[in-house]
Design a protein around this ligand. Sequence first.
Ligand SMILES: Nc1ncnc2c1ncn2[C@@H]1O[C@H](COP(=O)(O)OP(=O)(O)OP(=O)(O)O)[C@@H](O)[C@H]1O
Ligand SMILES: [Mg+2]
Length: 289
Amino acid sequence: MGWTLLACKDVDEASGVTGMIEFIDITFEYRTAGGSVPALRGVSTKLLPGELVTVLGPNGSGKSTLARLANGLLHPSGGRVIVDDIDSLDAARVWDVRSRVGLVFQNPDNQIVATTVEEDVAFGPENLGVNRPAMRERVAGALEAVGLAGLEKREPHTLSGGQKQRLAIAGALALAPAYLVLDEPTAMLDLQGRSDVLEVLARLRDSGTGIMHITHHLADAAAADRVLVLARGSVLYDGVPSRLLGDSELLGRCGLTLPPVGRLAEELRAAGVPVPADALTAESVVSAL
Ligand SMILES: Nc1ncnc2c1ncn2[C@@H]1O[C@H](COP(=O)(O)OP(=O)(O)OP(=O)(O)O)[C@@H](O)[C@H]1O
Ligand SMILES: [Mg+2]
């Protein structure tokens, strides 16, 4: 399948060596008329190919800043961001970094650039000068990957919110990124749209793409390989979801509260029922019983 090939591009080109995004002791300050606003303070973390990392944290904790640093839209004030051995500060390789790290934002309407679904997905590779046959393959592969194959001729504004957001993801995939960073991609979606997008993310992860998913939904952490919690620009937690989700004291320190299903699971555990800590949906709790 085209989309599997897209996702594995980085492995091919690096002749078997898989890279990673490495954030090394990142400090970031926004410069404003009133002075500088600290957004990140000494953040170190990684994103590996084929890994799904959920990023949580209260408003203003630095999540969006981290996303923009990942693909070189912002440069660190201190520390370094290394994408597959390329320093994001290397001016000669700006586009190399941008094409490896796809960014998807919250509002799908702001990410639509063309009048049909296929033209919208083709926009990015067209600008990179990808030739026509390769382009057709990329567009088809990207639409297939997000479950929008068959809607090529549709006008994007006629799609549902969830479909529009999957179109935005297809647009990012058409650039054949090794990593996708999504900044609250489901915040404006209904339940169905949200679960469709989450399913696409899990599939892309399985095909080798490194995914950083920024979200306000603690329940999204259950599907992650790793969870990063930021607070006031620092890392409060970086580890497996089950340890965080199973430790209410740690959750409290991270300013997070379990959704009702998670609290039910916690009570069941306290009563001796072996419900796993990452069971945060009704289905997963029921299947554990
Ligand atoms: N363009 C900007 N100019 C000045 N300060 C900014 C700018 N963007 C963000 N900040 C500040 O940087 C800090 C981190 O912001 P950031 O947007 O990264 O947080 P966030 O975790 O994404 O928040 P949210 O959950 O609200 O999206 C905050 O104090 C914020 O006010
Ligand atoms: Mg944000």
